[in-house]
Design a binder for this molecule. Structure first.
Ligand SMILES: NC(=O)c1ccc[n+]([C@@H]2O[C@H](COP(=O)([O-])OP(=O)(O)OC[C@H]3O[C@@H](n4cnc5c(N)ncnc54)[C@H](O)[C@@H]3O)[C@@H](O)[C@H]2O)c1
Length: 391
């Protein structure tokens, strides 16, 4: 059994909810060291999760402890410097989403990791929900024909996370976070849609604005609407906000021969199952994709299924197993990538391209039109103050 020595930098909410417990479950890994600028937090996380060492400065941690991998779960503005330091120390990295705030920061992380030959994965956990993985498998297997139009939304009030879960107020501070609806919740939606479409974004247009909260609360955007055109010609829309008290999240994939819905984080009023698939293809009982075979109910009313020589066309509601959860699967996957030298599912390039979309929307707000990707200059989101580069 491998012994992957891990560290976590930033022991706040997502480390506590996702990363510490997921690492704790893995036999092939152990938490060796933690780091947080808040000394009490670093100490208490180390004690709670059994880390041998704790630090308040990641540079000292990289100097003193020999780590195989680190999870960077600190605020957005420090992702770049910490990830580059990790790469320079020869440590494999998971960086929480968004990979960075500006497109230049993001590509600097990618380059540093490539140059150092370390693995880089972005913490876009939506790709590790079983519903989304099955949607991807069905799309790739052709169950809904040509995917031409899709949308991903994530609507959730500031207060939900900020008042009940977050350890610090960094999300409200635009100088540090560099945005909210667009690069916090939007980071998930942009990544998910791009992955499901299996194509890069060619150009984008959209808006990101603060509509709901007063300036005294935050300067960050709370409303974001984005249209993307993919290189393969398909279109997608992304809709995120930070003012809906009822959390709702949905992904809808419209193909020429079917439609798939997934909802992984919340219940929508029209939804009784977390996933639903309709295919118009003439599948027989034998050719029906296994996922649909397993979840059609009644399991097989054979007369109905042979009467037209193909199975009856109807919505198939699907409730995939909950365990292992998305974060457990993400951690297991990253460790497997290290041990067996595989490419991570959410690559650094994927993360950087998602940041490009976010930055392109700020550009689009200035020009009022479509913005082509890749960007040709660094885009610094409104109010964001990039910290001085350490390396
Ligand atoms: N995948 C997801 O769904 C998800 C959910 C929440 C947060 N996140 C991401 O994770 C990151 C952290 O968010 P959070 O909600 O856990 O924040 P948080 O405010 O709860 O915690 C951040 C922690 O980082 C520490 N910190 C700040 N600067 C640091 C530095 N330079 N070095 C070490 N530690 C430092 C803080 O003291 C705090 O303990 C953000 O990038 C956020 O976008 C992702």
């Amino acid at each position: 059994m491998a012994d992957i020595k891990m560290g976590i930098i930033g022991c706040g909410s997502i480390a506590e909810i996702a990363h510490f417990p997921s690492i704790d479950q893995r036999k092939e890994a152990r938490l060796l060291s933690v780091c947080d600028v808040d000394e009490e937090q670093a100490q208490s996380s180390a004690a709670k999760w059994g880390a041998e060492a704790w630090f308040t400065d990641y540079r000292i941690m990289f100097d003193k402890v020999n780590l195989d991998a680190v999870v960077i779960a600190a605020p957005n503005n420090v992702h770049r410097n910490i990830a580059v330091a990790a790469a320079n120390a020869g440590v494999n990295v998971v960086v929480e989403k968004p990979l960075a705030v500006t497109n230049s920061e993001a590509w600097e992380i990618v380059d540093a990791c490539n140059d150092a030959g370390v693995k880089l994965m972005v913490g876009c956990d939506r790709r590790f929900w079983t519903h989304n993985q099955w949607a991807k498998e069905l799309v790739e297997g052709g169950a809904i024909g040509n995917l031409l139009m899709s949308r991903a939304s994530l609507h959730e009030h500031w207060h939900n996370y900020q008042n009940h879960v977050a350890k610090t107020g960094f999300r409200l501070d635009c100088e540090v976070a560099g945005g909210a609806a667009l690069n916090d919740t939007g980071a998930h939606a942009i990544d998910l849609l791009t992955w499901l479409n299996d194509s890069k974004v060619k150009r984008t247009v959209g808006v990101a604005k603060r509509l709901a909260m007063p300036e005294s609360y935050t300067l960050c955007d709370d409303t974001a609407l984005v249209i993307v055109e993919f290189e393969n010609g398909a279109f997608g829309t992304i809709s995120c906000n930070r003012f809906s008290p009822a959390v709702n999240q949905a992904t809808e994939l419209c193909g020429t021969e079917g439609t798939i819905f997934t909802a992984t984080d919340a219940t929508n009023p029209f939804q009784s199952w977390p996933m639903a698939v309709f295919t118009n293809k003439d599948f027989t009982v034998d050719t029906l994709p296994q996922i649909l075979k397993d979840y059609r109910w009644p399991e097989l009313f054979w007369v109905e299924d042979i009467i037209d020589e193909h199975v009856r066309k109807r919505w198939v509601p699907i409730c995939p197993p909950r365990r292992p959860n998305n974060y457990e699967r993400m951690t297991e996957h990253f460790l497997d990538c290290i041990i067996n030298d595989k490419p991570p599912l959410v690559s650094g390039e994927d993360g950087a391209r998602a940041v490009e979309v976010m930055c392109a929307i700020w550009k689009s707000m200035e020009t009022g039109g479509w913005v082509d990707l890749p960007l040709t200059e660094e885009v610094i989101p409104p109010y964001y103050i990039p910290p001085p580069k350490e390396a």
